[in-house]
Design a protein around this ligand. Structure first.
Ligand code: F1P
Length: 358
């Protein structure tokens, strides 16, 4: 039985995806008024390099935040999953003297994230802050200070607005650290301008998903878009139980393109910095017979010609402040693909909201 668009509103995941522009505005307003921001920046600034840590979506968020941090501040930053800190502590201990750490967890309860925060903060004496959407969490108890984004919390199992909200908050912190007030204003402008765009992106994606059927999903992005590509692959995997992978865009030529057929959905996160080189890959994959999906701010003729669908954000200004908005079409792809397969994206198979280990 066909589902009417109004019926989607009964799904928490759908409501949370659509709420993103509004929630970002609240999160940014609260950040500006937050009493803890000054302390958090003082802790982060004690050292010269940053380590971002998380699990699952929060790890891909760590990757996007680390690249954003370096681009905004010029400071070295990298990301690892919480498990790396636990299983290979020597890799972090070697560079610990220069590090401050940012541990990310929506729930603040994921065992690997909480234990990683403990090892970093209490055992390695690395200045450590947490970022979460939950109040009074186990994570908070292990960190020197914690930023809590209550407005971004979710009922859903799958992380959508918590991912984007924590990403823009970390970009906001980096820009504040760099004294870049213009960037902070741009984040607010993006939140306001993108909010009314989401329903039309949803309509576009719903109709695309209805008209296609795929065996493989691939997500491609470079620089700050690579973390987004990994998160996009996870969204489609979690919500639709589909086989889904991610690569750096130009890496796709080096072997992975072997899977390209008309049953492979290839999503390109097109940056402005690397667009010419990325569009060349897009054109080649179209030639090979893949179904191509372009996510970009504004598409020119070449992108339209080489794409089966173009999802334009249409938000004026620089690229980095609108980074988070680029993930929304893939969140919608995961949701509609899951619905079309008869799954309930609010209750993904085999998943729990938090992975808590004994
Ligand atoms: C992280 C996470 C989610 C994933 C799954 C289990 O949670 O790995 O990304 O979708 O539901 O939890 P958190 O540490 O950010 O709360």
């Amino acid at each position: 039985m066909a589902i009417k668009p109004t019926d989607y509103a009964q799904f928490e995941t759908y409501k949370e995806i659509l709420s993103q522009g509004q929630v970002w505005q609240t999160v940014l307003r609260e950040l500006k008024q937050s009493a803890s921001v000054e302390k958090i920046l003082r802790i982060i600034n004690q050292k010269s390099s940053r380590l971002f840590v998380g699990c699952g979506t929060s790890f891909y968020l760590a990757e996007a935040a680390a690249t954003s941090w370096t681009l905004l501040t010029g400071e070295p930053a990298h990301a690892v999953p919480g498990s790396e800190i636990l299983l290979y502590p020597a890799l972090t201990r070697l560079v610990a003297a220069d590090l401050s750490a940012i541990v990310i967890s929506r729930s603040g309860r994921t065992s690997e994230a909480v234990r990683a925060a403990h090892v970093l903060c209490k055992e390695m004496q690395i200045p450590t802050i947490g970022i979460t959407c939950a109040e009074k969490s186990e994570l908070e108890a292990e960190c020197d200070s914690t930023l809590v984004l209550k407005a971004a919390d979710e009922k859903s199992m799958v992380m959508t607005r918590s991912f984007t909200s924590m990403l823009i908050s970390l970009q906001w912190l980096a820009a504040t650290r760099a004294g870049n007030a213009k960037f902070c204003n741009s984040l607010e402008a993006v939140a306001a301008q993108f909010a009314p765009r989401i329903p039309s992106l949803a309509e576009q994606m719903e109709s695309f998903v209805d008209r296609h059927s795929f065996d493989d999903y691939v997500f491609l992005g470079q620089g700050p878009f690579h973390g987004l590509a990994r998160e996009a692959a996870l969204k489609v995997m979690e919500m639709s139980c589909s086989y889904s992978q991610s690569f750096h865009t130009l890496e796709f030529r080096h072997g992975p393109k072997a899977i390209v057929t008309s049953r492979a959905a290839l999503t390109f996160f097109l940056s402005e910095a690397g667009q010419q080189a990325e569009v060349e890959v897009l054109e080649e994959m179209k030639e090979l017979g893949g179904i191509t999906i372009a996510v970009c701010n504004k598409a020119g003729e070449a992108i339209h010609k080489a794409s089966d669908i173009v999802l334009e954000l249409n938000v004026p200004g620089d690229e980095l402040p609108r980074l988070a908005a680029h993930i929304v079409p893939s969140q919608l792809m995961g949701f509609f693909t899951g619905m079309r397969k008869g799954l309930n994206p609010d209750q993904p198979k085999n998943l729990t909201r938090v992975v808590v280990l004994d």
